[in-house]
Design a protein around this ligand. Structure first.
Ligand SMILES: [Fe+2]
Length: 494
């Protein structure tokens, strides 16, 4: 230890110095006055000090205060031959570690010092433990925050359509600790209105979520600023809303902007007065990430729609070349959707039949016109070429991000129930159901349409042909459903 002795009795000072050095504390500095002591503590730090209460130039208690002010943790042992109880109490109050009353023995000094060393060790352990706990807590907070950021990011990245996006944004926002109710609204830049899109935490009887009314000026200002707006005092809600919200809690409004243009507003009510800075960062991240997702999705959807438009016009061009098959894809789509409805397909499956059914023969754009429009029967070789169109079509739409079920309509609409079809010779249930539906619709329309090499077959003849191939070429259940459908609703062929 580095020890300071302040004792005007030089002999006692030296004795103490020598004794402490003998105890193993080599760095012991002895001084004779308060002034010297102050100079010493100003120059270097000590681990412990022995201070005489009466010094020629200073009061020991004042020196104690100065020392504590300089180093709050410095253990100071007061020494005096004139110690009274009052002095002792005063010194202890000022933070003295111990009090040695003269005459004391060297053994007393040793015991006092041993106790100070022990206390010092405990204190150091305590401090390092506290620092460790604090560091661990901070690390946990950072880790937790990073995990949440990652989760938000991943969940938004997984979203494929804007219909999914908005409910997911409010769901993610409501998963934050303080959020009780949250709503997402589309907001035209002129601040004329808010349109409720998705909400979470609202009671059906609230009604406020759908009927939200915001003063136009406030809304315009909110959207224009692009800044988060938090209102802690519910009394001020009237400045923002035309109709007071059903909840008297802190409110946050987060404008969403796309390419700098206002686009929407996330409104959240919090259970606490103020959000933690961690939650605020998460919210900021969520809004920015969601804005980017909306932007990307809009771009993607418009690209996809353009691409579908191009593909549809290619199908039209293809059919326009053949006077006999004109509007084949349109009729097949209509039959397939009706059939899908009769079979209880989901709305997503019906939508797939509607969009992709139209493109089922898109691969024919890769087959020469001379084969496609050949009047009369095809040679075996020509037929093999035509059989490539499902696989060609599949490769055309490969980059469109269609689901496997949607792609199956194009790739597998010529598979047979008995496994003798093409291109993959799938059989039975292994042929995806939408492809089996389109297969029946396709065959029916082909039979009822006039071809260059044969007359068109009647509806009855065509149905009989479907029934004849029930269980070999076609899924028997789908043929039955088609038959029932025609009987129930009549035949819509043109
Ligand atoms: Fe086909």
């Amino acid at each position: 230890m580095k020890i300071l002795i302040v004792e005007d009795d030089m002999m006692l000072g030296e004795l103490l110095q020598e004794y402490l050095q003998r105890l193993g504390h080599e760095r012991v500095h002895a001084c004779l006055s308060g002034r010297e002591a102050l100079a010493a503590i100003g120059e270097e730090a000590f681990d412990c000090a022995f201070v005489d209460l009466r010094l020629p130039d200073a009061d020991g208690l004042q020196l104690l205060s100065a020392m504590k002010e300089n180093d709050h943790g410095l253990p100071v042992v007061m020494m005096s031959g004139f110690g009274t109880m009052d002095y002792t109490i005063q010194a202890m109050r000022q933070g003295a570690s111990d009090f040695l009353t003269k005459p004391f023995t060297l053994r007393d000094v040793e015991v006092t010092l041993a106790r100070i060393i022990k206390e010092r060790e405990l204190l150091e352990q305590n401090v390092s433990l506290r620092l460790e706990i604090q560091a661990r807590k901070e690390l946990e907070t950072v880790n937790r925050e990073q995990a949440r950021l990652f989760q938000i990011s991943r969940e938004i990245d997984e979203i494929r359509s804007s219909e999914e996006l908005y409910p997911r944004i409010v769901q993610l926002a409501s998963s934050l600790e303080s959020v009780e109710k949250v709503g997402f609204y589309l907001a035209p830049a002129d601040g004329s209105m808010l349109v409720s899109i998705a909400g979470c935490g609202w009671e059906p009887e609230d009604g406020w979520f759908e009927k939200i009314g915001v003063h136009k000026d406030s809304l315009r200002e909110l959207l224009r600023s692009g800044e988060t707006h938090t209102v802690i005092d519910p009394e001020r809600f009237g400045q923002i809303f035309e109709n007071p919200p059903p909840i008297n809690k802190t409110l946050s409004c987060w404008p969403m902007r796309i390419r700098g243009e206002p686009f929407g507003l996330l409104v959240a009510f919090h259970s606490c007065g103020k959000m933690s800075s961690e939650e605020k960062r998460l919210f900021d991240f969520l809004i920015k990430k969601a804005s980017l997702a909306v932007e990307n999705m809009a771009l993607y959807e418009s690209l996809i729609n353009n691409f579908y438009g191009i593909l549809r016009s290619l199908v039209n061009a293809l059919e326009a070349k053949d006077l006999h098959t004109g509007k084949h894809s349109e009729r097949v789509t209509r039959y397939a959707v009706r059939l899908g409805e009769a079979l209880g397909c989901s709305s997503a499956q019906l939508e797939s039949l509607r969009t992709i059914g139209y493109l089922h023969d898109i691969g024919k754009i890769g087959i020469q016109d001379s084969i496609l429009n050949k009047p009369g029967s095809l040679t075996a070789e020509e037929y093999e070429t035509v059989k490539k169109h499902p696989a060609i079509g599949d490769s055309i739409v490969a980059e469109l991000g269609l689901s496997p079920e949607e792609r199956s309509i194009i790739r597998h609409h010529h598979e047979r129930w008995d496994g003798g079809g093409y291109p993959d010779r799938l059989s039975g249930d292994r042929i995806p159901v939408l492809a089996r539906i389109v297969s029946v619709a396709d065959a029916f329309d082909a039979m009822t349409s006039k071809r260059a090499y044969r007359r068109s077959m009647s509806v009855a003849e065509s149905v009989a042909e479907l029934v004849r191939n029930r269980g070999t070429q076609f899924d028997p259940d789908i043929v039955d459903a088609f038959n029932d459908m025609l009987e129930a609703g009549g035949e819509e062929s043109e």
